[in-house]
Design a protein around this ligand. Structure first.
Ligand code: SF4
Length: 330
């Protein structure tokens, strides 16, 4: 059963020089207990998509959707108060940089107990007890002492664990992790990914991992959405994306991650060019200015979504029966 269903989501930002079309008509769903990854470069629309669902964008953002359903309820029809209560207690969010997401003026205890007191109506002692349990759950040693500390007194890894504990506080049905390891060094990244994996198995919550790095979600996600230029250009099971990708942008992402089986000295291949200006996105395929397989049709017509299996959907003119046959490229 689907926990989240998004249909035809559009998000734009009105800024002085025009309208930035950050997300352009995307639809997707996430099943109960499922782990999905949303992957793409900066500016592809992946974070804006989830911030739109969470209602966490500034006033000048213009969000529209045919439907956003969470746990059977239509979010777009909820009052602001009801939506805030739902987001605070049923969806947990882990942000990229815990140093800027945690409030430097409040202790760990204060930040960890606040959602419990607001959404779970716990008294001070109950909230403190639950805060200690949460710190143990995210494997923070000496939790009693940590509760009294401020964010600047913790290492980057510990701060991210506190963020995860806050996200888990109200036992959410879904956790959104937006680049949860980007600000951390490699060994701590691996520990945080292990922890998320372990917590997912324990809590049975659905997880949406937002990342620019396909390598980060390889072991974690069963389904992957690849975003480019505000649209989902390819989606499929992890196996379909890693072993049978069909979109040239996905090939580019795969070529830019190191492989264990790669030869010594083998170079990673970056994707040439820069992401599109979303003030004036290309008329046709958003990847056309950077795509080495670009055909005249690509510059004029947005490629339609083509289903290659029950789970594998691609938006690329190369899937047309009359298009040149290209199996995989760089
Ligand atoms: Fe490249 Fe055309 Fe496919 Fe876009 S639609 S990815 S430009 S081949």
């Amino acid at each position: 059963m689907n926990l989240l269903e998004v249909k035809n989501l559009n998000t734009s930002f009105h800024i002085g020089v025009g309208v930035v079309q950050a997300v352009r008509g995307i639809s997707f769903d996430v099943a109960e207990g499922e782990s999905v990854g949303i992957v793409g470069e900066s500016g592809s629309g992946k974070s804006v998509t989830m911030l739109s669902v969470m209602g966490l964008l500034p006033e000048y953002a213009d969000i529209s959707a045919d439907s956003i359903r969470f746990d059977g309820r239509e979010i777009t029809k909820l009052s602001k108060k009801a939506a805030r209560a739902m987001h605070g207690s049923e969806i947990g969010m882990i942000f990229q940089d815990p140093m800027t997401s945690l409030n430097p003026l409040f202790t760990v205890e204060s930040q960890l107990t606040e959602p419990l007191r607001i959404h779970r109506h716990m008294n001070k002692a109950q909230a403190r007890q639950r805060a200690l349990e949460l710190l143990r759950q995210v494997e923070i040693p000496n939790p009693e002492a940590r509760l009294k500390q401020y964010p600047h007194e913790l290492s980057g890894g510990l701060r991210q664990r506190v963020m995860i504990a806050i996200a888990l506080a109200c036992e959410p049905k879904m956790i959104i992790a937006d680049e949860p390891t980007t600000a951390l060094d490699v060994t701590i990244q691996a520990q945080i990914l292990d922890l998320l994996q372990h917590l997912k198995q324990k809590t049975k919550a659905s997880i949406i991992m937002i990342t620019h790095d396909l390598g980060v979600i390889a072991s974690m996600c069963t389904r992957i959405f690849v975003m480019y230029g505000g649209v989902i250009c390819e989606q499929g099971s992890a196996r379909e994306i890693f072993y049978d990708a069909k979109h040239p942008y996905t090939w580019g992402l795969l070529n830019s991650i190191p492989k264990v089986t790669g030869k010594t000295g083998e170079k990673l291949i970056p994707i040439k060019g820069t992401p599109p200006d979303m003030l004036k996105p290309p008329a046709g395929c958003p990847f056309s200015p950077r795509c080495r397989y670009c055909m005249p049709v690509c510059r004029t017509y947005m490629p339609p979504l083509t289903a290659l299996s029950d789970t594998h959907i691609v938006a690329c003119h190369l899937t047309h029966p009359k298009a040149p046959k290209i199996t995989k490229g760089v």
